[in-house]
Design a protein around this ligand. Structure first.
Ligand code: PRX
Length: 642
């Protein structure tokens, strides 16, 4: 039976209550121009006020997405300068290292000075407005400083998650043509070291365009520095002026690129722009977390993912909040790390992923019970559907039934949260991201694109633009249109399946394309397949998702070897580590089955539906296999399941 948790004490003092939500939603639907004009004016500080608001069309004939087009602003000025007069001495970032208690607090005034100084370093190294800068860093304060310094001078940052391989890093550097890379000697995660600088060195063997590498000293490891190319961060900032004017940027100027996996081809460079993105991350942070002055907010994501961009850095800082940057993992030094840290730092709002909740839930309630968690007011979830069991544990054990859970649905492409409860306004149902935020128009459509009404299930599309939406795929505007706007003409297609219940609540059911959501991280099946076939012994590979108790989805790979090669456990292990080194640990297959042949139609198309069913262990009903070129393949696959 479906349980409903009515808005309780969360309504007290909430910025938006039940009636408020209804009113705002109706207002934004009736007059988007007026609604966003007011929101953009009151949420951000503009250098040149905009006179245009919304200029968007998802139709092929006049496709365009532009918001506040003639306005000018600067992101760093919005995140730092405007807070100095009122909260210069308030802590902006609490950094918590891999070791508990390894903490650093940086005030708004200090952060402002560091950002200005580093912005001058970037300039001195030839970085100009519009140039791309690649960041390959741990979760250290310097990551936020580098991001904000880029925005201060109008450079476009591209952050590559530290868990990606040298090859993946090289591809991303080449795709956007960065000439400057910022990294650290090493990262620390769960007591282990990550050789970031060594990875950069390997990547740069394929990136002749990179002229400068700035290196943060994090662990003090002995690393190689290339004469004339590599410079220590601490040496570069020494004696540099902390005065650096914020560059007036057009609202539609690029802000950052973030690569994300799709169903086909190489990862895409998702491009976000200055005004719309900042408005979206700032307003959603304020409203969904109902942020209150002085509170400590902790989003556990890495800045290498979009969640870290929007809710570790930009959303919180634009609101003058205190944000926690965590450079560790949930199970180090033990399974009580999150809860102990919440007590020690006085965290009021905690935002994490279902995979972490499930992993900790398995370790029992004892680890949680050791902490008081008295400071907590609100909990959040992001990255994948949260199963009701995990939701219940998070609510009952972690939040002691006091704290509402905001289950936030969004994507790298959307810039920030689109569907989520507002704590003071929305009754909760475990497992549902509940309702769209004001200004967001979700629809469910069938395979032909017909809009489905009422309680139903279908493909999730968004019918109209919102300011935070991505503007293009870097260097490939055609791919942008094809990927998101051609499947259902006139609408943005999310790639997700979704159910809507009789109360109008949305329940995301997962990806409907060839993307796997592993521990809340997106992995394209095509990417893993091409890594596998790059191995000299592999003839062909097909990759699908499979249910995984902790990760949500795991990666299941079917591999056909070249003639003369024999399957073995050693080769299986070798292929898994091959994928780790080609892409990164997150892409390593959880299961790998050697398959003499793959199920193909007579035209040679792999029938993934069948592979998915076998991977799920659901072999009783494989559906129609009569169109297969060789139906015998299926029996072999079922027999060889791992
Ligand atoms: O399938 C949805 C799932 O994660 C996808 C977006 O992945 P990414 O761009 O990496 O961004 C993750 C962080 C925003 C979506 O297409 N997803 C994200 N949040 C939820 C979710 N699925 C269900 N419920 C959520 N709250």
């Amino acid at each position: 039976m479906e349980i409903l948790y009515p808005v309780g004490d969360a309504a007290t003092g909430a910025r938006i209550d039940r009636a408020g939500y209804e009113r705002l939603y109706a207002e934004a639907a009736r007059d988007p121009e007026g609604y966003w004009r007011d929101e953009a004016r009151r949420t951000l500080e503009w250098i040149t006020p905009f006179t245009q608001v919304k200029d968007t069309s998802f139709d092929a004939a006049d496709f365009r997405i532009s918001w506040f087009a003639d306005g000018e602003l600067n992101v760093a000025a919005n995140c730092l300068d405007r807070h100095l007069a009122t909260r210069g001495d308030q802590v902006a970032i609490i950094w918590e290292g891999d070791e508990p208690g390894e903490t650093r607090r940086v005030t708004y005034r200090e952060l402002h000075a560091e950002v200005c100084r580093f912005a001058n370093v970037l300039k001195a190294n030839g970085v100009r407005k519009g140039d791309r800068v690649t960041l390959y860093l741990p979760m250290i304060v310097e990551a936020a400083v580098a991001m904000l310094a880029c925005t201060r001078i109008g450079a476009i940052h591209s952050i590559v998650f530290g868990g990606f391989s040298p090859d993946s890093l090289a591809n991303r550097i080449q795709d956007c043509d960065s000439r400057l890379v910022i990294t650290a000697d090493e990262g620390c995660r769960g007591g282990k070291r990550i050789p970031l600088k060594a990875n950069v060195d390997k990547a740069l063997a394929h990136c002749p365009g990179v002229e400068r590498v700035l290196v943060v000293r994090r662990t003090g490891a002995d690393i190689a520095m290339v004469e004339g190319r590599d410079v220590w961060w601490h040496a570069a900032v020494e004696g540099v002026d902390a005065d650096c004017p914020a560059e007036p940027m057009n609202a539609e100027d690029p802000l950052f690129i973030l690569y994300t996996s799709g169903s086909t081809g190489k990862p895409k460079g998702v491009l976000h722009t200055t005004g719309g993105y900042l408005l979206w991350s700032a307003a959603t942070f304020r409203d969904v977390f109902d942020y209150r002055e002085g509170e400590v907010f902790w989003c556990t994501a890495d800045v290498g993912w979009v969640t870290g961009h929007s809710y570790v850095v930009y959303g919180p800082l634009a609101n003058g909040a205190t944000t926690v940057m965590f450079d560790g993992v949930p199970n180090y030094p033990d399974h009580g790390r999150f809860w102990e840290t919440i007590d020690r730092l006085g965290v009021n709002i905690f935002y994490t992923a279902p995979t972490a909740i499930r992993a900790l839930m398995r370790e029992g309630d004892g680890w949680v019970a050791k902490s008081s968690r008295r400071s907590l007011r609100l909990l959040g979830s992001v990255g994948e559907p949260i199963n009701p069991e995990a939701w219940d544990w998070y609510h009952r054990v972690v939040g002691e039934r006091r704290c509402p859970i905001v289950d936030t649905w969004w994507q790298t492409e959307t810039g920030g949260i689109l569907i989520a409860p507002l704590p003071g306004a929305t009754d909760l149902k475990p497992g549902s991201a509940t309702k769209p935020l004001p200004g967001v128009r979700p629809q469910l459509v069938d395979a032909e694109g017909a809009v489905l009404e009422g309680a139903t299930e279908g493909n999730l599309v968004i019918a109209d633009s919102w300011p935070g939406q991505m503007r293009t795929v870097w260097n490939d505007h055609e791919r942008f249109f094809q990927t998101y706007f051609s499947t259902y003409p006139g609408k943005y297609f999310t790639g997700d399946g979704c159910r809507r219940d009789a109360d109008g609540y949305y329940w995301i059911t997962g990806r409907v394309d060839d993307v796997i959501n592993v521990s809340g991280h997106r992995m394209g099946t095509a990417e893993v397949e091409s890594a596998l076939v790059a191995h000299p012994k592999v003839a062909e590979a097909a990759v699908v998702g499979m249910p995984h108790e902790v990760k949500g989805q795991g990666i299941y790979a079917y591999v056909t070897l070249n003639a003369g090669e024999a399957p073995s456990d050693e080769l299986r292990a070798e292929l898994r580590s091959w994928v780790r080194s080609e892409i990164g640990p997150i892409a390593s297959p959880d299961a790998l089955q050697f398959a003499p042949g793959l199920p193909k139609t007579r035209s040679g198309k792999i029938m993934r539906r069948i592979l998915r069913k076998i991977a799920e262990g659901d072999v009783s009903n494989l559906g129609d296999t009569s169109t297969l070129a060789d139906p015998g393949v299926v029996e072999q696959l079922v027999a060889g399941r791992v």
